[in-house]
Design a protein around this ligand. Structure first.
Ligand SMILES: CC(C)(COP(=O)(O)OP(=O)(O)OC[C@H]1O[C@@H](n2cnc3c(N)ncnc32)[C@H](O)[C@@H]1OP(=O)(O)O)[C@@H](O)C(=O)NCCC(=O)NCCS
Length: 178
């Protein structure tokens, strides 16, 4: 990893410490998603009540998640980013699935400077060295073009949507163990 990649000091932090970053990033996310849909897409979703319920539930779970591990990224001593991991539980069987969802945020004033890429690539390396997860799951709404560019730059592999509702709302990528 070159010098530019090692600007952050990364350590495990307590989930409460991330509030500062999430509060400033997430307020507009649902709005952004709804604005990104065409009239046809909205009509299609509205025609299927279960899809609407699914979408709201999944967005809420993205925003209210209780993280199982959180890594903070400090730049000149300031917490400017975090990466959170949540173990995925199989909803039908209620069992752990041997993988985790990974989520990254960077303080808005530090966007576009490579910090998201540095955080994710370094934390992914740490997680794979400490676990037996074969891949990590990365979920993103279709309008989040920066997040999509980021996961694709990291070699994320886009998964086929499993259901109609998922296709309308979220794209799932796998970040595979190398
Ligand atoms: C998504 C997020 C973490 C990206 O962090 P970042 O530090 O701004 O990203 P980086 O600077 O590392 O950029 C990574 C890649 O994204 C793309 N990118 C960055 N800024 C971009 C912009 N303004 N427009 C389009 N693409 C952009 C580029 O491809 C870039 O790689 P490159 O510089 O080699 O071309 C950040 O925007 C964020 O915190 N957003 C809010 C929370 C969120 O959406 N998290 C992801 C949830 S799925």
């Amino acid at each position: 990893m070159d010098q530019k990649m090692m600007r952050l000091c990364i350590r495990v932090i307590q989930p409460e410490e991330i509030k500062k970053i999430t509060e400033r990033n997430q307020t507009t996310r649902l709005d952004e998603y709804l604005k990104s849909l065409s009239k046809e897409e909205i009509t299609k979703i509205m025609a299927d009540q279960s899809a609407v319920f699914d979408i709201i539930q999944r967005l809420q779970s993205l925003l209210d998640t209780e993280y199982s591990a959180v890594y903070g990224g400090f730049y000149n001593g300031e917490l400017i980013s975090y990466v959170a991991l949540t173990e995925i539980i199989d909803s039908t069987e209620g069992k752990k699935t041997n993988t985790a969802e990974i989520h990254v945020e960077v303080l808005p004033e530090y966007h576009g400077q490579g910090f998201g890429f540095e955080m994710l690539s370094r934390v992914i390396e740490m997680v794979f060295s400490e676990t037996v997860y074969p891949f990590l799951n990365y979920t993103v709404i279709p309008s989040n073009v920066v997040s999509i560019a980021l996961v694709e730059k990291l070699g994320g592999v886009l998964q086929e949507p499993k259901s109609y509702a998922e296709e309308m709302l979220l794209r799932t990528y796998h970040l595979n163990r190398k």
